[in-house]
Design a binder for this molecule. Structure first.
Ligand SMILES: Cc1cc2nc3c(=O)[nH]c(=O)nc-3n(C[C@H](O)[C@H](O)[C@H](O)COP(=O)(O)OP(=O)(O)OC[C@H]3O[C@@H](n4cnc5c(N)ncnc54)[C@H](O)[C@@H]3O)c2cc1C
Length: 234
């Protein structure tokens, strides 16, 4: 995807954080961006599409109108804690296992290499343990080793032969705005892609209702917002 963007004259900056979106007289000017290992740079743009969760967006822009701020605040998010295990052998033959047993401290076991074969991963077997919780949950705050100590014994319920020595490497991630929780009458509260600032757009997972969060819907929304921006700029 990066190659395709660059072929068409675009630029991709990895590990660069947007500190703020600059607005003057109600119109976008650009962004203050901190590139990796460098100081903040001011960049000029005709339009900015923010893809942050709704609770992050107000921190990047000047004060929003009351109505738009309330729309953003009308959705709460579940957070997620993710552990990815790299195993030297398969855990099971199942690709996607939802776990509804509350004695098990995670909600999904996705053995990715049962869908896309281990030959694509140097012969390793990739297992993703997913968990959705609130940011004040003790497991959200746990460090990687604490989570592994908590999780791994339960993998024996899936494969009684499982042994922690099968784990060659593991990865730990936290996502605070992982899953929007949609309340009643939400169709009347969805924030629009056009924000109160001309040239500043918002496109995130709270705006795909009535669908639930998914990559396919985000791609569809990305195309729709790109068309909206192009039309507005004409
Ligand atoms: C745990 C989890 C599991 C999921 N599982 C599935 C699944 O199985 N199938 C499926 O279809 N979908 C799944 N999804 C949903 C899917 O990941 C999202 O729908 C999709 O990634 C949304 O795309 P996006 O581009 O809108 O946002 P994102 O992919 O979230 O991209 C937004 C980007 O903005 C960056 N960003 C935020 N703030 C700043 C800032 N200030 N400066 C610079 N960059 C910033 C973030 O780092 C991020 O890279 C899952 C999501 C989560 C969290």
């Amino acid at each position: 995807m990066t190659d395709r963007i660059r072929e068409q004259g675009g630029e991709v900056h990895l590990s660069a954080s947007v500190e703020s979106i600059t607005v003057e007289d109600g119109r976008v000017q650009g962004m203050n961006v901190r590139p990796a290992d460098s100081s903040v740079e001011r960049k000029i743009f005709d339009a900015v599409i923010a893809t942050t969760p709704s609770h992050i967006f107000p921190r990047l822009v000047p004060p929003l109108t009351k109505d738009y701020a309330e729309r953003l605040a009308s959705v709460e998010y579940m957070a997620a804690v993710l552990i990815v295990l790299v195993l030297d052998r398969p855990l099971s033959h199942v690709y996607w296992l939802n776990v509804a047993d509350r004695s098990i401290p995670f909600v999904g076991v996705i053995e990715h290499t049962n869908l896309i074969g281990p030959e694509h991963y140097g012969g390793k077997h990739i297992v993703y343990l997913s968990n959705y919780l609130t940011t004040d949950h003790p497991m959200y705050r746990m460090e990687q080793q604490e989570l592994l100590d908590e999780y791994l014994p339960h993998l024996r319920k899936i494969n009684s032969d499982f042994d922690p020595s099968w784990v060659e490497t593991s990865y730990h991630h936290r996502v605070d705005g992982a899953q929007p929780v949609i309340g009643i009458n939400y169709s009347q509260h969805i924030p629009s892609h056009r924000t109160p600032f001309e040239g500043v757009y918002l496109a995130n997972t709270t705006q795909i209702y009535p669908e639930d969060r998914g990559t396919n819907y985000s791609v569809r929304m990305g195309r729709a917002v790109a068309r909206l921006v192009m039309n507005d700029l004409e």
